[in-house]
Design a protein around this ligand. Structure first.
Ligand code: ADP
Length: 215
């Protein structure tokens, strides 16, 4: 499948992308994960991106497009891919359209995860993430806690609250989403590729996406 996931921070893009990769072997491409790995590795990209990320703002479009143009041409993308956290602005979406044309790739579906703001806020403040860059498993201290000592159930590394999960950064991320990313919903709706999913259960959403893909 070739799918774009749209939704506010905390809407469940990462969780749903992981469930979809289990379904047909398509790969998850998360620009957030790529950027966090770059920050951790201290690369030039990571150094440029860190301040924007910590404040809950967006990394410049030019940097993201450079990363994605290279990423979409890697061999594993042939299996299909789920874009999680990209595109995030109208310019990114426009450049993606051009890039996909150039690469002769067409999309199956754009998924809009439509989750109420109070649910999102609760999820973001209770989220924990595995600190191991190659794992990054996501937990929730209420509904899906890590091991009692706070370590990851998958790889045993400590789980942490991300630098952009302070209350101030969370409010900034939601504001940035409303201003810059929410307009993509109409952009893709006009193209006829968008479908809305409002369920709070990831499994129900994934089942709905599978159904839409079969049609
Ligand atoms: P969330 O969706 O939970 O906010 P992500 O892991 O997708 O988190 O992204 C974390 C941060 O990385 C964002 O707040 C932003 O600073 C940066 N980022 C990720 N993807 C993009 C993108 N496509 N364009 C600009 N910045 C991005």
């Amino acid at each position: 499948m070739k799918v774009i996931l749209l939704g506010a921070p905390g809407a469940g893009k990462g969780t749903i992308a992981k469930l979809l990769t289990d379904y047909d072997g398509s790969i998850q491409i998360s620009t957030g994960d790529i950027l966090r790995a770059a920050v951790k590795a201290g690369t030039a990209v990571g150094k440029e991106a860190k301040a924007y990320m910590d404040a809950g703002g967006l990394v410049p479009d030019s940097l993201i497009m450079k990363i994605m143009e290279a990423r979409l041409q890697e061999a594993d993308c042939k299996k299909g891919f789920i874009l999680d956290g990209f595109p995030r602005t109208i310019p990114q979406a426009e450049e993606l359209t051009t890039l996909l044309k150039k690469l002769s790739i067409t999309f199956d579906l754009v998924v809009n995860l439509d989750i109420p703001r109070d649910v999102i806020l609760d999820r973001l403040t209770t989220r924990r993430t595995c600190s191991n860059a190659s794992c990054q498993e996501i937990y929730n201290i209420k509904s899906n806690p890590p091991k009692p000592d706070g370590t990851c159930k998958k790889c045993g590394s400590p789980t942490i609250q991300r630098d952009d999960e302070t209350e101030e950064a969370i409010l900034n991320r939601l504001e940035t989403y409303n201003q810059k990313t929410a307009p993509l919903i109409d952009f893709y709706r006009k193209g006829g590729l968008l479908k809305d999913f409002a369920s709070l259960s990831s499994q129900e959403t994934v089942d709905g996406i599978k159904k839409s893909l079969k049609k």
